[in-house]
Design a protein around this ligand. Structure first.
Ligand SMILES: [Fe+2]
Length: 235
């Protein structure tokens, strides 16, 4: 099995132990009591057991399920392992899983913005996460990942449809709402061309926003292939 397939499998299976955690704990809207937290943390052990009892499972996935909440400094759970014993795939999955946990909506918390999640990962470099893996993750995903919705300096709203590898702060954006957040005829804006908005000021990204906060159905844009199309913009 190639390494990419292996690590992909580890990523898919890392939380499989959660199926053994009672739903009332898994979906509890408020914070967990200590005893509930103890049970929740057992998803790592449950995951290890589930994968060990399955046939023909890539063995590295057992380690990832068991160890993905461990920290390099030995301050994680369930065993307090440190960087000397954690596998490469475990350290990779820990970075991606933490990003996902921070940015996703859960019953007990609203997902936090992309840049805030990157900040938390950077803060954990060396202590919690392998520093180089955090850097590589940020290099891959960029500051404004494809599929994110942004409000521009003009107040207009657009979707990031293409990264700009030469300057991650200047992606291509599909404009979908005007400054009053009303739908407009879609058009592409390439920030690397340093175009001015209607008031004559150069366009920039003001903030990453959540689709549900401005009535945008991202699924529609995925279905229409807006994120896989190649956009050629002439400045
Ligand atoms: Fe987990």
């Amino acid at each position: 099995m190639e390494d990419l397939n292996k690590v992909g499998f580890c990523g898919l299976m890392h939380d499989v132990g959660k199926m053994k955690v009672p739903l009332e704990i898994l979906n509890k809207p408020g914070s967990l009591e200590d005893y509930e937290m103890d049970i929740m943390r057992k998803h790592t052990l449950y995951g290890r057991n589930v994968l060990m009892s399955a046939r023909n499972v890539y063995p590295g996935a057992v380690d990832v399920a068991y160890d993905h909440h461990e920290h390099l400094a030995g301050t994680g759970y369930p065993r307090g392992l440190n960087k000397t014993t954690l596998s490469i795939f475990t350290k990779l999955v820990a970075v991606v899983d933490t990003y996902d946990a921070i940015t996703s909506d859960r019953v007990y918390q609203r997902g936090k913005p992309h840049l805030m999640a990157l900040g938390i990962l950077v803060k954990g470099m060396g202590q919690q996460f392998e520093a180089n893996y955090v850097t590589q993750f940020i290099n891959c995903i960029g500051f404004y990942p494809q599929g994110n919705l942004v409000e521009l300096s003009s107040g207009e709203v657009g979707l990031i449809v293409e990264q700009n590898k030469a300057d991650r702060l200047k992606p291509k954006i599909l404009l979908i709402q005007d400054g009053n957040k009303n739908p407009i005829e879609e058009k592409i804006l390439d920030l690397s061309l340093n175009i001015a908005d209607a008031s004559g000021k150069r366009y920039g990204v003001k903030q990453v926003i959540r689709p549900q906060d401005c009535g945008v159905d991202l699924a529609k844009y995925y279905q229409d292939g807006k994120f896989t199309k190649e956009y050629v913009v002439v400045g």
